[in-house]
Structure formats: C-alpha cells, structure tokens
Design a protein around this ligand. Structure first.
Ligand code: 13P
Length: 250
C-alpha cells in the first residue's frame, strides 16, 4: 500500500523565525500515523526546519535544487548542500519554476538525477495550462512531462519518485480540479509509469494532486483510489490549516 503524503509548499513565504514559530505549533499535531507530513520551506528556513524536525515524524523538503553538484552557478544551491542539512525531499519542476525560470523538461530530468545522487526524494510537478486543457491536451502534456522527468532512472529509483499533478489553472486561483477529473488524469499518469517500467513500479509511485487544496476538500481527493496525497501552497502556511490537512488525509 502507498503511504499518503501531504507536502506543504511554502513558496517564497516565511523567514527562519517564522518557520520556527510555525513548527513549534504543528509539532506533535501534524504527525499522524499512516500519513507522511512534509514541509518544503525556502532555502533560508531549511537549517532551522531540519533542526526543529529532528526526532519528529515531519520531513523537510526544499523547493528546488541545481542539476550540478557544484560549479560557477551564482546564487544556486546543490543537492549536497541540502543533503548536509538533513533535507529529505525536493520539489522539482514546479510550474512556477518552469514559467518564470525557464525550466525545461530536460532540466527537470537533470535535477531529478541530482536529487538521487544526494539521497533526496524528488517531488516532480507536472500539469497543463488552461489553454492546453481546453484543447484536450491534458494527458498528452502530463505524459510528455512525466516521460522526460523519468528518463534514465532505474525502476528502483522511479518507485521512490513522488509526482505532483498540478493543473496550472488551479494553482492559487481557488479553482480546484474536481476530484473525479484529478483522479482521471492521475490514473493516466500512473499508466505512463507502468508503460515506462512495469505495473509494480507504477503501483509504488505516489501521485499527489495540487491546486487550491484546503482542509475543506482534502478528504474528497484522498478518497480517490489513485490520489496519494496533495502538494499544498496557500493552505499550508497557517499551522491550524496544515494540521487539518494532515488529519484530513487519514
Ligand atoms: O502550487 C501549489 C503547490 O505547489 C498549489 O498552490 P495552492 O495550494 O496555493 O493553489
């Protein structure tokens, strides 16, 4: 059975002091048997978060990683730097990074490999824009992005990848995909993984839905057979809301 995974993506919110205050409030509460709880903070919060998370069941993730292990890449952060802090997960290929920082499918794939070199579990984001959805291209887009992201991974590595299906039109808009629509696309993404590897690998991969998930709708998504959790932006920023999301994923 796949363990449900709820990951908060804080995006560019919270200082280290704010992250500490948040963690103190969720500690012991956002830790529910049978649900994996992950907080993905900005880079500057990660030393505080990884320290605070020691001895808890909450895992810490980054929101990006460079594809190279080191080099003349001013302003970038490598996998080894994250590994040293005790970071467990890293979000790769978020639509905001694809849109504003020109991340291509090929770069996403290189970053996935960088994550594995440093024992970081990738949360790979895929998803279509509104025009693509309206043109009936949702599954094609997700197939292309998923296939590219997994290039060169062994089946053993592939099974550890978390995929986040985030329709771009549903991010931060309050317009969420219906649970049935999200299930349909996520089932198709699982088929893609089965085609690339085998059914056992596809059955092991966890696939989240993301896009305007909140405590009020989390249970509906989680009731779908192929939806294994959520990648949550806005609703992960308040301790009470984050705790409610983890509890709602049971
Ligand atoms: O982009 C997202 C998570 O990565 C979703 O953001 P919201 O939950 O704010 O819509």
């Amino acid at each position: 059975m796949r363990t449900p995974i709820i990951a908060g993506n804080w995006k560019m919110f919270k200082t280290a002091a704010e992250a500490n205050a948040f963690f103190a409030e969720v500690k012991g509460k956002a830790e529910v048997e049978g649900v994996e709880s992950v907080i993905c903070g900005p880079f500057t919060t990660l030393p505080a978060l990884t320290e605070a998370a020691k001895g808890t069941a909450i895992a810490i993730g980054a929101q990006n990683v460079h594809f190279a292990d080191n080099g003349a890449y001013t302003g970038e952060i490598s996998g080894g730097m994250l590994q040293e802090l005790g970071v467990s997960y890293v979000i790769i290929g978020h639509s905001e990074r694809r849109a504003y920082f020109a991340e291509t499918d090929e770069i996403v794939n290189q970053k996935v490999h960088a994550a594995f070199r440093h024992e970081l579990k990738p949360i790979v984001c895929v998803g279509e824009q509104l025009e693509e959805r309206e043109a009936g291209k949702t599954k094609d887009i997700c197939t292309t992005q998923t296939t590219a992201a997994f290039a060169g991974l062994s089946a053993e590595q592939a099974a550890q990848v978390v995929i986040a299906y985030e329709p771009i039109w549903a991010i931060g808009t309050g317009k969420s995909s219906t649970a049935a629509d999200a299930e349909d696309v996520i089932a198709a993404i699982r088929e893609v993984v089965a085609g690339l590897y085998d059914q056992a690998t596809a059955d092991a991969v966890r696939i989240q839905y993301g896009g305007s998930v909140k405590p009020a709708n989390i249970a509906e998504y989680m009731s779908q057979p192929n939806i294994d959790g959520a990648l949550v932006g806005g609703a992960s920023l308040e301790p009470a809301s984050y705790i409610a999301l983890i509890e709602g994923a049971k």
